[in-house]
Design a protein around this ligand. Sequence first.
Ligand code: NAG
Ligand code: NAG
Ligand code: NAG
Ligand code: NAG
Length: 544
Amino acid sequence: MYAADILFILSPFIFIDASADNLLQPNIVLIIADDLGWDDVSFHGSDQILTPNIDLLAYSGVALGRYYSHCICTPSRSALMTGKYAHILGMQGYPLTNTEDRGLPTSEKILPQYLKELGYATHLIGKWHIGQSRTEYLPTSRGFDSHFGHRGGYVDYYEYTLEERLENADVSGFGLFRNETAAWDVEGYLTDVYSREAISIITQHNISSPLFLMLAHNAPHSSNAGAMLQAPPEEVRKMRHIESGGRRIYAAMVKKLDDSVGYITQALFDKGILDNTVIVFIADNGGMTSGDSMNYASNWPLRGLKMSPFEGGTRVVGLVWSASFNNSNHLWNGYMHVTDWLPTILSMAKGNSPKNINGIDQWHNIQFNEDSKREEMFEIDDYTGYASITSGDFKLVTGNVIVAYSDYQGDDLRRISGDRPSYMDAIVNSKLYNILHKINRRLKFEDINLRNEMCINCDSDRITTCYPQNGTMCLFNIKDDPCEAKDLSASRPDVVKTMTARLNIEKSKTKARKVPLFRDPRSSPRFLNYTWDVWADNIKEISA
Ligand SMILES: *[C@@H]1O[C@H](CO)[C@@H](O)[C@H](O)[C@H]1NC(C)=O
Ligand SMILES: *[C@@H]1O[C@H](CO)[C@@H](O)[C@H](O)[C@H]1NC(C)=O
Ligand SMILES: *[C@@H]1O[C@H](CO)[C@@H](O)[C@H](O)[C@H]1NC(C)=O
Ligand SMILES: *[C@@H]1O[C@H](CO)[C@@H](O)[C@H](O)[C@H]1NC(C)=O
């Protein structure tokens, strides 16, 4: 259905393979989107929200068709940094609040620490969200040479404040920091601010060492109540083809995120280091179509949202790009889990992986289009009370899920009024299109046709939905039924038995997290010049 659009853009590309340089450690740029839905990028088929820069990275790199993350920010970022499941770390469940004295245990060695040992310069721009109450939890105490960004769940896109409930009132604090100091001088739309900082890191980078740049955008996470969705008005105006008013703003937020990917790639090209850079683009978890921190994202046709173990919460956008890729396959459909990035990135960096982790090095298999080394994955949250296992074609969901976040949502948000925008125009006018042309990257019709291949089709009527509760469980064949509509637990007791046994072994490894969530009044911004700064350095830790 997109054929006419696509053929048009083929001719400018010259068919020459970029040659791999396997001797150098590559620069690694890891870009993370916050609460981006499965259906919110055009390389997954969306006609509504066009993301040409992200798409072209996929078409000329490798789209990860079965990339899974944890379904909540703090757990997925903990797993990303350590290569371990969140439940192993005690970081599972409801995300960290700014008023909690909690963080990723400092006994864990994390990704930038490994990369520093391998000679990398390490920089974080944007979100952290795995500990901020103590100096020892901060990125600059844990292997990052610098951090510019927000430490908690999100900030306002213009004021950089975050509002939280504390002692029966909503309190507000400034949440943007440059290393360990509040960044009061900053102005502008946050996605642009982060892009500028990233460009400046790239421009000033001394190429005598390889660069690790992690750019963890605030976008497209929602903001404070009262101004949940924010984008520059001129960008929102461009989204008039979208019927839902809320989703128009959301689409503009995603567009700015896509622009950022273009700017970053351009900066790498201008610096002359793009040919030795690996770019990874991932979402931290599924979109939040409704409920707390809703952002009008859509995971359609997948079932469930962020904070749910169903596919909409866990099967998310992912891709990896390198100028040295020269295979013709641009879609890798093997299982890849967020914990796999630590060993995979260390493998790119020509380092060794630690032994006691859950992540698997997939670098060779992705590069050479071989089968995934991963066969199973877990989503265990003793705080909310659910646990799921994916093994081979099957997925078993047990415990209690939040029902409101576990159904089918987002279809109604996809409506278009009037003409849909031209995908071809978006592609040819993008920064990436221009850059790929300059570096003679080979692009073929089939590569862009990946857009059709990435569309998930569900034949099932999506009526018979199983919700695990009070001892009942749901079993799905997620290869045949990616939308988790048909419960097989009654017809396949053999599979239920085997998978339950395996799940129970994994559950027994769970490290309890601090329950209940304790909002400590000493964290209040009014004690800290109205910022969400470190507050617990001299306070004895309250045990669970
Ligand atoms: C953060 O600290 C590092 C190390 O002291 C310094 O090189 C860097 O310039 C600082 N970054 C910012 C954004 O201030
Ligand atoms: C880059 O780093 C090398 C090695 O530390 C140093 O000799 C060189 O002066 C640096 N270059 C710049 C432009 O700072
Ligand atoms: C599950 O058990 C709880 C507590 O006994 C009860 O309130 C709830 O209604 C039950 N849910 C279902 C779906 O049976
Ligand atoms: C306190 O906050 C104000 C902005 O409200 C800022 O201008 C000032 O520099 C801050 N003071 C300190 C000591 O950080």
